[in-house]
Design a protein around this ligand. Structure first.
Ligand SMILES: Cc1cc2nc3c(=O)[nH]c(=O)nc-3n(C[C@H](O)[C@H](O)[C@H](O)COP(=O)(O)OP(=O)(O)OC[C@H]3O[C@@H](n4cnc5c(N)ncnc54)[C@H](O)[C@@H]3O)c2cc1C
Length: 146
């Protein structure tokens, strides 16, 4: 019955090779470097985690260059997993009715490794929701490659 509507495209990024500019003076954070489809509901959470980590690195590192590369080293692996898993959720959540969907639903009913949803296992839920960006940033003597 609706006569007017707006289409809102969902975009994501493939994982970038680097978030820090080669000058070592500027970094991306949040959606600008790890935009993900919204199927894990982690984009804003990730931007806040980035901010907490970057703040800590800027407070505690001997130089801006060290702070930015440490930030990238701590945050990029986790953000990359979330980007990739968010894309996978798009597929998992939009399966056509049929045999594959029935099998998916059976697997989704059980908590554990076999559950196709990322948060369908306790271990993965803990990884996703128990994360403390301040604690994760409390790593001494980080080594990084410029
Ligand atoms: C449908 C949908 C559902 C979502 N659900 C969830 C959810 O449940 N949980 C969750 O955690 N996340 C969710 N997200 C993701 C979340 O909204 C984003 O990941 C988050 O807003 C990213 O924050 P950001 O600060 O990195 O970027 P943004 O929020 O995009 O902020 C960037 C800002 O920069 C401004 N800007 C751009 N260019 C310029 C310029 N040249 N000069 C000055 N300003 C500029 C923009 O106007 C904007 O205000 C969802 C997203 C969508 C689309």
């Amino acid at each position: 019955m609706i006569t007017q509507f707006n289409k809102w495209k969902l975009h994501d990024l493939l994982p970038l090779p680097s978030w820090v500019h080669q000058s070592g003076k500027v970094t991306l954070l949040g959606d600008s470097c790890h935009a993900a489809l919204p199927y894990l509901g982690q984009g804003a959470a990730g931007a806040f985690e980035d901010a907490a980590c970057l703040g800590r690195m800027l407070r505690t590192s001997p130089s801006i260059l060290t702070a930015l590369y440490s930030f990238q080293q701590i945050r990029k692996p986790r953000s990359t997993v979330i980007q990739v898993k968010s894309r996978m959720h798009q597929e998992i959540l939009h399966v056509e009715d049929g045999a594959f969907q029935v099998e998916r639903d059976q697997k989704m009913a059980k908590d554990g490794e076999e559950n196709p949803l990322f948060w369908g296992s306790l271990e993965r839920r803990k990884w996703l929701f128990d994360y403390d960006a301040e604690v994760a940033s409390n790593i001494e003597n980080l080594s990084f490659i410029v």
